[in-house]
Design a protein around this ligand. Sequence first.
Ligand SMILES: [Zn+2]
Length: 206
Amino acid sequence: MNNLHSIQRMRRLRKTEKMRDLFQETHLSLNDLCLPIFVEEGLDDYKQIDSMPGVVRIPEKRLAYEIERIAKAGIKSVMTFGVSHHLDETGSDAWQENGLVARMSRICKETVPEMIVMSDTCFCEYTSHGHCGVMHGDIVDNDATIHNLGLQAVAAARAGADFIAPSAAMDGQVAAIRQALDAAGFKDTAIMSYSTKFASALYGPI
Ligand SMILES: [Zn+2]
């Protein structure tokens, strides 16, 4: 056997539990976790999401109750996904002051002010055609969409969202959102790009 093949012996430092404790670099706790929640307006009862066994759509009227439960479980951060019943060509409900995006953030922050709220920022649950932005025929209008993403981000920030979490996959969306937030006075509202969300294995089902 060529010794060069076994110069690295990482197994030596994994021999016992105490040894592993000493060298462990990554520690996972509730501090590292964010709970995605799916909130549907006009819903009477919880609704199973078939592609994610055990995960349900929360009726909007139960959101306050659920946020309290989530906080009591020690979870400090949620990401809000809305399922709108007010669809149009551009997904304009998403940037209304009293639209679903804004209401979700407002309900979360009013119920548990210290809860970190990350607002998923896209249009596919708000457009009548189900695409993530403005369409001209078969073509998505990237620049009209990033302008609208800015509007949605400001509405969410105004309603108390701590993070804007864009998932529309439009070119230049983070820069456009940053500009819109800064211009509206929300310089301290953070942005978490989709690439960061995607880096989590827990995001797989979505
Ligand atoms: Zn989308």
